[in-house]
Design a protein around this ligand. Structure first.
Ligand code: FES
Ligand SMILES: [Fe+2]
Length: 423
C-alpha cells in the first residue's frame, strides 16, 4: 500500500516530476523501425512521457527525433516537407537535418542564426527492430544497453506494440505478478501448454498449484523474481517448477514465457504504449500464433489501440463465462481488462497486499527510492552492454535441494548485498 503522495509521485511521468525525471535517464523505445521504413518517407508524430516529437528517416537512412514544434514559431514538424537531407517546415521554410543542423532559413538571409543555433533533437539508436531515444540531460547520456534479442535474426522475432488508456505502472505491475497467471489466464497460457521440464521454456505450466512461493532479490538494475510451483519430475520425484522474471529499471520486464521482453512506455500519465518482443528459444509458437495468444480478437483493437473501456465492460463477454474463466479472449485482453478496470491511475492507497505481491511491492519501493536519490543528486545505476546481455529469465524443474538463484546467473556480480539481495 502506498500513501496518496507516493501514489502520485510514482505515477507522474512529465518533465520536472520526480519519477518523470528518472524515466528520462534511460534509453526508451520511441517507435518500431518498421514505422519509419522508407528513407525520406513521411514524418511520424509521436508522444512520449507527456511530450510530443516528430520522428523522421532521411534519404541516407539516418533517423532523427525532433521536438514536434518548429524552433522558429512552433508549427508542427509533422506537417513538414521531406527533402532528403532535411525536414522543411511549411510555415516559413526553415529546414533541419536529423542531427539538428539548421540547413536553411529562407525568411532570414543572415547565416549567423543558423550557424549559432541548433534544432532540438535527441540521441537516437536503432536496435532489435526498435528506435530508441534518450531524453535526459545531454551530459548524462548512458551507455546503450544490448539486449539478447538485438542479436537474433529478424525472422525469429515478433515485435509489436499496443496502446491503452491507463498509467504505465499498473501494466508493469501485472507483468511481474506471477500469481495471477494460472488464475486469470487459465484458458490461454495456463492450460494446453506444458513445460518440457528440461530447461527449455514454454508458455505454460506443468504445475497446478495456484499459490506459488514468490521470492525476490535486489540487483543494481532492478529485481529478479521467481515463482516456485509444486511439481513432479518425469520419474515421480517432488520438484519445483521455477519460473523466473526480471524487472529492469524502470519499465522493462523479462519473462520466461512467450512474451519475453515487455517495455511499458508512458505516452502520458494516463496512456501507455506496450512494446512486446517475443524472441528466440523462448518462443515455442510462431509469430502469428504468438500474437493471437497475447492479443486475442482483433475486435478489441481500434488499429493498435485497446478500445474496450468501462462501457464495453473492458471487452468481457459474459455469455462466454461458461466457456472460459474470464469471458475474454487472449492473455492480452485478460491483462488489459483487469488492469484498465483499476482506473486510469490505480488507487494504491487501499490495497491489502499478500506475499505473492512481493515483487510488485519491491519494485514500487525501489522506484520511489531511485526518484528520491536522483532528486538528492545520485544518478541511477546504468547497465553496460555486456551486463544487459547477460540478464535473462528462465524456467526449469528444480530438484528440491537446488537453488533458484542459479537461474539468474547473468546477475552474478550485480546483486545488492543485504536483506533482500545476495552479496
Ligand atoms: S514556424 Fe517553422 S519556419 Fe516558421
Ligand atoms: Fe497476465
Amino acid at each position: 500500500m502506498l500513501s496518496k503522495e507516493e501514489n502520485a509521485v510514482i505515477t507522474q511521468t512529465g518533465a520536472g516530476t520526480r519519477v518523470g525525471e528518472l524515466l528520462r535517464r534511460y534509453w526508451t523505445p520511441a517507435l518500431m523501425s518498421r514505422e519509419l521504413d522508407k528513407p525520406n518517407g513521411d514524418p511520424v508524430r509521436i508522444e512520449l512521457l507527456g511530450e510530443s516529437f516528430v520522428a523522421w528517416r532521411d534519404a541516407e537512412g539516418r533517423v532523427g527525433i525532433f521536438d514536434e514544434f518548429c524552433m522558429h514559431r512552433g508549427t508542427s514538424l509533422s506537417l513538414a516537407r521531406c527533402e532528403g537531407d532535411g525536414l522543411r517546415c511549411i510555415y516559413h521554410g526553415w529546414k533541419f537535418a536529423t542531427d539538428g543542423t539548421i540547413l536553411e532559413t529562407p525568411n532570414f538571409k543572415d547565416p549567423t542564426v543558423r550557424q549559432k543555433l541548433r534544432a532540438p533533437v535527441y540521441p537516437v539508436r536503432e536496435a532489435g527492430g526498435l528506435v530508441w531515444v534518450y531524453l535526459g540531460p545531454a551530459d548524462l547520456e548512458p551507455p546503450f544497453p544490448h539486449w539478447e534479442f538485438f542479436d537474433l535474426p529478424a525472422e525469429t522475432l515478433t515485435i509489436y506494440h499496443t496502446t491503452f488508456d491507463c498509467n504505465w505502472l499498473q501494466m508493469m505491475e501485472t507483468s511481474i505478478d506471477p500469481s495471477h497467471v494460472l488464475i486469470l489466464h487459465q484458458d490461454t497460457v495456463g492450460v494446453g501448454y506444458t513445460s518440457t521440464g528440461n530447461g527449455a521454456a514454454s508458455v505454460g505450466f506443468v504445475a497446478t498449484d495456484l499459490a506459488p512461493a514468490c521470492e525476490v532479490e535486489d540487483t543494481v538494475f532492478g529485481c529478479n523474481g521467481v515463482a516456485l510451483h509444486d511439481a513432479v519430475t518425469d520419474d515421480g520425484r517432488p520438484a519445483k517448477l521455477a519460473k523466473t522474471h526480471c524487472w529492469v529499471m524502470p519499465y522493462m520486464s523479462i519473462q520466461s514465457t512467450a512474451q519475453n521482453f515487455v517495455i511499458y512506455v508512458p505516452i502520458d500519465d494516463e496512456r501507455t504504449t506496450l512494446y512486446g518482443v517475443a524472441a528466440g528459444k523462448n518462443m515455442l509458437v510462431d509469430g502469428e500464433q504468438h500474437l493471437r495468444l497475447v492479443a486475442g480478437s482483433p475486435n478489441y483493437y481500434d488499429g493498435k489501440h485497446y478500445r474496450m473501456g468501462a462501457s464495453e465492460r473492458w471487452g468481457q463477454d459474459r455469455s462466454k463465462l461458461d466457456v472460459t474463466f474470464t469471458g475474454l479472449e487472449g492473455a492480452g485482453p485478460e491483462d488489459l481488462a483487469v488492469v484498465l478496470s483499476r482506473g486510469r491511475i490505480a488507487d494504491r492507497t487501499r490495497e491489502n497486499l499478500v506475499p505473492a505481491d512481493k515483487l510488485v511491492i519491491r519494485m514500487r519501493r525501489r522506484l520511489l527510492q531511485a526518484a528520491r536519490d536522483l532528486e538528492a543528486g545520485t544518478e541511477p545505476f546504468m547497465l553496460t552492454p555486456e551486463q544487459s546481455m547477460a540478464i535473462r529469465a528462465d524456467e526449469r524443474l528444480l530438484e528440491e535441494e537446488s537453488d533458484w538463484h542459479e537461474l539468474h546467473a547473468g546477475s552474478d556480480g550485480l546483486r545488492l548485498p543485504g536483506r533482500h539481495g545476495r552479496a
